[in-house]
Ligand binder design. Structure first.
Ligand SMILES: [Zn+2]
Length: 91
């Protein structure tokens, strides 16, 4: 079920990206970053459900090809299972 959720989030994310204006505002960059965080979090959850441990977030980010649009670094707090960005924080 978590993989289905990840695919659903990805599909919504692509739809949002397709509708985004050519020159995004700071709010758009932030929204895109939070969208990335949701995708990363979903992938972390899928891995955790399969293996019982969380993978290194850098590996997941690289595999998914996601980058903070403002150049931030994605971080993962295992205790709260929260993905955040060094620039935008988390929602
Ligand atoms: Zn960010």
């Amino acid at each position: 079920m978590k993989r289905i959720a990840a695919i659903l989030i990805l599909t919504i994310g692509l739809g949002v990206a397709a509708c985004a204006p050519a020159t995004p505002s700071a709010a758009d960059l932030r929204a895109q970053c939070f969208q990335n965080q949701a995708l990363i979090r979903a992938e972390m959850d899928v891995f955790h459900a399969d293996s019982g441990i969380y993978p290194p977030i850098a590996t997941v980010v690289q595999k998914m090809g996601l980058k903070c649009p403002s150049g931030g670094t994605y971080l993962f707090d295992e205790a709260s299972a929260t993905v955040s960005c060094s620039v935008h924080g988390h929602p």
